[in-house]
Write a protein that binds this ligand. Structure first.
Ligand code: PLP
Length: 374
């Protein structure tokens, strides 16, 4: 797991080892200063108490406007929940749809929380294997073949963690056309990397498709886009039939999201976006570098990620599996990576490399990685 790698890397650093961290799942940039100042102002202005459990109206309205600007989708602020980060949305939706008698389809490789939570509810976790041959995009026929009369929820994550794969509008439209044939199955679309997309492509949100709105949950938030992982602030859109229940879970679970983070969140959405745009350009530059450097190594191959700040090279030709490779990289060479096995049963031949680090460190890290062999 990324958190375990981080903690081991910290431990080694505290023993005096120099570690290049390419394991981390958060941007290496500070939160833009205008957002920080909005948080400080909220503290000074005395916003120290509970807020409504679904988040302050002003922020939900700002999210609704942002959704409209981005996707031309009209979402009532009443259907928006503000949560402490994106994770509660995963937790709540799987909790709602998972039980001993249901099956939930999730991407493999994928964010490990999906499978862990599905197992927790007693539901059958049904992996939708994403294939390197197919640039880790969803094979629609394969997805449809996994559906049974017990399938209660399908989880999609675009752009995808850990592979960096990005499916464009044409592909998503085909997928939705098929999903229209299964109107009783709920969909969780995890779009937390929606703003970190390269090659001038446009994010196709599931919110753009009215036909699935009555069973669609969309997760997004501030963590990755605005470099705000520690502020714990996420948003989600819920269908009319579920919003009341989701809101009750918020009240029972965490009462409300952190007050000052919400005021900072308004500034993030409504304030200047130049710094955020620059960060995405920087990530794209690093993506290009990492793609070129990894593919120049004899034993390693990597497809070109279309979004996120991850790449997912195949390291099987080194004679090591992902676990062995990442252990060797950290313990013997001081480079932190995450083994593909952390992200699913299908990914033992891969490691996840995060490029949330400087160009200089990425270059050094990959030079070191190029020497790892059995
Ligand atoms: N979904 C995916 C695919 C993620 O990679 C992450 C974080 O790494 C999250 C959701 C959760 O984000 P947050 O930190 O806002 O809870």
């Amino acid at each position: 797991m990324a958190f375990a790698v981080l903690s081991r890397a910290n431990e080694l650093e505290s023993q005096g080892r120099k570690i290049i961290n390419l394991g981390i799942g958060q941007p290496d940039f500070a939160t833009p200063i205008n957002i920080v100042e909005a948080g400080i102002k909220a503290l000074k202005d005395g916003y120290h108490g509970y807020t409504p459990s679904n988040g302050i109206l002003e922020l939900r309205e700002a999210v609704s406007e942002n959704i409209f600007e981005s996707y031309k989708a009209q979402i009532n602020p009443e259907n928006i929940l503000i949560t402490p980060g994106g994770k509660p949305t995963i937790f709540f939706s799987i909790l709602m749809f998972g039980d001993n008698n249901s099956e939930i389809i999730y991407p493999d490789p994928g964010f490990p929380i999906y499978r862990s939570m599905i197992n927790f509810t007693g539901a059958k976790a049904v992996p939708l294997v994403l294939n390197e041959k197919n640039n880790f995009e969803i094979e629609i026929d394969k997805l449809i073949s996994l559906i049974t009369n017990k399938t209660s929820l399908i989880i999609i994550n675009n752009p995808n963690n850990p592979t960096g794969s990005f499916m464009d509008k044409e592909k998503i439209t085909k997928l939705i056309d098929k999903l229209n044939e299964f109107p009783n199955i709920a969909i969780l679309s995890d779009e937390i990397y929606s703003k970190i997309i390269f090659d001038q492509k446009k994010m196709p949100s599931f919110l753009e498709y009215e036909s699935i709105r009555d069973r669609l949950i969309v997760l997004d938030g501030w963590s990755k886009t605005f470099c705000m992982t520690g502020w714990r602030l996420g948003w989600s859109v819920w269908p009319q039939s579920l919003i009341k229940h989701a809101n009750k879970l918020c009240t029972n679970d965490h009462s409300c999201p952190t007050s000052v983070s919400q005021y900072a969140g308004i500034e993030a959405l409504k304030g200047p976006q130049e710094e955020i745009n620059k960060i995405v350009i920087e990530f794209e530059k690093r993506r290009n570098l990492i793609y070129q450097k990894l593919n120049s190594i004899d034993n390693i191959s990597c497809f070109k990620p279309g979004g996120t700040f991850y790449s997912f090279p195949n390291i099987s030709k080194t004679g090591l599996n992902g676990q062995e490779f990442s252990t060797k990289a950290l313990e013997e060479h001081g480079v932190a990576l995450v083994s593909g096995t952390s992200f699913g049963l299908s990914a033992k031949d891969f490691v996840r490399i995060s490029y949330a680090n400087s160009i200089e460190n990425i270059e050094k890290g990959i030079d070191i990685i190029s020497q790892i062999n059995n």
